[in-house]
Design a protein around this ligand. Structure first.
Ligand SMILES: [Zn+2]
Ligand SMILES: [Zn+2]
Length: 250
């Protein structure tokens, strides 16, 4: 879900949110640092206003956050537990900061996955760009132009066994799949094969599908480039150029 609007956050703090809405708000706040900060600010204000009428009734926000992380002393823990039993305002604050072990582990895994994905993309982009720069510098502008389609094409291939990939040749050209149905010059054709091949092997190395060694990368390039329609000469150039680049960026 997106960040809740100010009014919803304020209702949450004031304890005026319907029970049905609370779980999704809490779920969001637990995973969103922006909302956590905002929540803290709203509670601080709320407490400051509250204190005038009802002096020091609620524990401090720091204490509540400690309680949520299980890092309070036993004495404090039982005090707060008693308090949140009747104070719905503090209870919802604790909920918003309490993450189960499982939730924390999930976030961590998700974050790690997102980071790995980002790294793989970076590697793919750099490898594709440098390969093109070395082999066909005149077509370097294509990197940014076909980057998105090349990436989705490659990610799609990665989910399939190589024998189930479509075969590309003089009639069915890869360049058409990458968005240049009307491109007729052999250089654009070659550039699309260079991009897709270098991207594919870098992604596969990042994901651990290919061992990061020259021999293994060479074998993969040969297999992939052939399937993508590279002629003998282009295959040879790719085998010479791509492995050291991928190893350099890994
Ligand atoms: Zn948020
Ligand atoms: Zn309270």
């Amino acid at each position: 879900m997106n960040c809740p609007d100010k009014e919803t956050m304020q209702d949450f703090v004031d304890g005026e949110l319907s029970d049905a809405k609370i779980p999704s708000i809490i779920g969001h706040i637990r995973s969103c640092d922006t909302c956590k900060t905002e929540l803290r600010e709203l509670y601080t204000l709320h407490n400051a206003l509250n204190r005038i009428v009802d002096k020091d009734r609620c524990p401090s926000l720091d204490a509540l956050e400690k309680y949520a992380d299980n890092s309070c002393s036993d004495e404090q823990t039982s005090k707060i537990a008693e308090h949140i039993d009747f104070c719905s305002r503090c209870r919802s604050y604790v909920w918003a900061f309490q993450a189960s072990e499982e939730e924390l582990a999930n976030w961590q895994t998700q974050e790690e996955l997102a980071y790995k994905e980002f790294e793989a993309k970076e590697l793919g982009y750099n490898a594709a760009k440098e390969t093109l720069c070395k082999l066909l510098p005149g077509k370097i502008y294509l990197v940014d132009k076909i980057w998105q389609s090349a990436l989705s094409f490659v990610l799609d291939l990665k989910g399939k066994a190589i024998e189930n990939w479509p075969s590309f040749n003089q009639e069915t050209r890869l360049v058409g799949v990458l968005g240049f149905a009307d491109a007729s010059d052999p250089e654009t054709d070659a550039a699309s094969i260079i991009m897709a091949t270098s991207l594919y092997v870098s992604q596969a190395v990042s994901d651990g599908d290919i061992v990061p060694s020259t021999t293994d990368i060479e074998t993969a390039i040969k297999e992939v480039a052939t399937k993508l329609g590279a002629g003998k000469e282009l295959q040879k150039r790719l085998i010479e150029t791509v492995p050291p680049l991928v190893l350099k960026f890994t």
